[in-house]
Design a binder for this molecule. Structure first.
Ligand code: SF4
Length: 120
């Protein structure tokens, strides 16, 4: 997600293990929530199918249908290298993505909890 500070969070990194020297590795759980919350950032609007979910998201597998060819904004390492490396370190960027991921997951858990309360 982009939270107005040039922070983009999306799906998995190409290979989280490929930078063994990195201080932080993005711990993607493949929950798919970042691809289902595109309405939180205008940079993803062209991918939004209308309900916040990406047009390329496969709801059955919970994965990206175009993963190998996904846009730059969906590639954590490439996006940092090409767009943000002059303004923030990779570790800062990964840390910001981790925090955004936690925020999205917490909001989802709260939403599910409220729905369950309404149903009981
Ligand atoms: S293109 Fe793929 S990685 Fe990017 S938001 Fe859509 S489903 Fe997620």
């Amino acid at each position: 997600m982009n939270h107005g500070q040039g922070i983009v969070l999306n799906c998995t990194t190409e290979n989280p293990q490929r930078q063994p020297g990195a201080l932080i590795v993005f711990p993607c759980t493949k929950c798919g929530l970042c691809c289902k919350n595109l309405d939180k950032s205008s940079v993803y609007s062209y991918l939004n199918r209308g309900d916040g979910t990406c047009v390329n998201f496969d709801s059955e597998s919970n994965l990206c249908k175009i993963y190998e060819d996904r846009p730059l904004i969906c590639r954590i390492d490439a996006y940092h290298e090409q767009i943000l490396s002059a303004s923030m370190s990779r570790d800062e960027y990964i840390a910001a993505n981790i925090q955004s991921c936690k925020d999205i997951q917490a909001a989802e858990e709260l939403s599910i909890s409220l729905i369950n309360q309404e149903g009981s």
